[in-house]
Design a protein around this ligand. Structure first.
Ligand SMILES: C[S@@+](CC[C@H](N)C(=O)[O-])C[C@H]1O[C@@H](n2cnc3c(N)ncnc32)[C@H](O)[C@@H]1O
Length: 277
């Protein structure tokens, strides 16, 4: 049985509040693309350097499970943890070795000390109180276990017009959402993991294909965060829509009524550390 949470539990969650919203969580589940297998492989291989048999992985701030499910191939059991009921509601329910739990990163009290092979955190470290999370991760990790923080920075596009739109969108967003978004867009500059010898891997480029309409949903999610931070420029979304419609026309040329997908590239980052034996 999950513990019921009080308003106080959510009093200091800042911009994360947007993830409590059902429609944002639905859009997030549908339109935030998934990580590629390469990302899960790199993290799991790093775990195997110390622990040949991988039993339990925890994905903290798991959202709708897009950062969680990729671990099920590598670990006997995987648990996604998120503070948002709306996000957890979007997570898959039919994967035998995967479950999702409501909870805060700073209180993983359903886990025994030294019981976890991997504590992972995808695109959420910027939203979480690091000292308290690091203490809790250290409590639950086995000696030799892995702490992994991963995500991707601001995207770029093969299509020059789309690339210009996203550069502009991120510029506007960065100046309104502040530190949390800047950290994500720049792949957590200055982040330090709590164990000596930690490494930063920037080898993976995640490629997605989508239509301007699908990319517009990414902008909508970003816009929600901007609104939460006090941004009130009604013309922002209209401008993006108009510019996307122009791209749409170019992508449709010569294809009849279909719009060609356009590729977008997200530079991934993976921070990895072993808890000392
Ligand atoms: C940007 S989403 C990342 C979702 C997914 N991990 C990914 O990589 O796409 C951030 C998630 O962190 C969750 N979150 C934020 N603060 C949290 C906290 N203190 N404890 C647990 N989850 C938290 C939010 O509810 C949201 O679902």
């Amino acid at each position: 049985m999950e513990k019921s949470r009080t308003a106080e539990d959510f009093s200091d969650i800042g911009v994360s509040r947007i993830f409590l919203d059902e429609s944002i969580s639905r859009a997030y589940a549908q339109h935030r693309h998934c990580y590629t297998e390469e990302v899960f492989q790199i993290i799991s291989d790093y775990c195997r350097e110390n622990l040949p048999e991988l039993n339990l992985a925890i994905d903290v701030g798991c959202g709708p499970g897009n950062s969680t499910v990729g671990f099920t191939k590598h670990f006997k059991q995987v648990i996604g943890v998120d503070m948002s009921e709306a996000q957890i509601a979007q997570a898959p329910k039919n994967i035998p070795n995967c479950q999702f739990k409501l909870g805060f990163a700073t209180n993983l009290d359903f886990l025994e000390p030294c019981s976890v092979d991997l504590v992972a955190c995808g695109m959420a470290i910027n939203l979480i109180s690091k000292p308290a999370f690091y203490r809790e991760a250290d409590r639950v990790l086995k000696p030799g276990g892995t702490f992994a923080v991963f995500g991707y920075g601001a995207p770029f596009c093969a299509n020059k017009q789309m690339d210009d739109i996203f550069k502009w969108v991120y510029d506007v967003a960065k100046s309104h959402v502040g530190e949390e978004l800047r950290e994500v867009a720049e792949k957590y500059p200055g982040l330090e993991l709590p164990y000596p010898g930690w490494i930063k891997n920037e080898d993976v480029l995640i490629t997605t294909e989508g239509t301007p309409e699908e990319y517009m949903e990414l902008v909508n999610i970003l816009n929600q965060a901007m609104i939460h931070c006090g941004y009130r420029d009604e013309s922002f979304l209209e401008t993006v829509k108009k510019r996307m419609a122009e791209v749409r026309e170019v992508l449709r040329e010569g294809t009849g009524s279909d719009v060609r997908n356009c590729q977008m590239f997200f530079p991934a980052v993976i921070y990895l550390a072993h808890k000392p034996f």
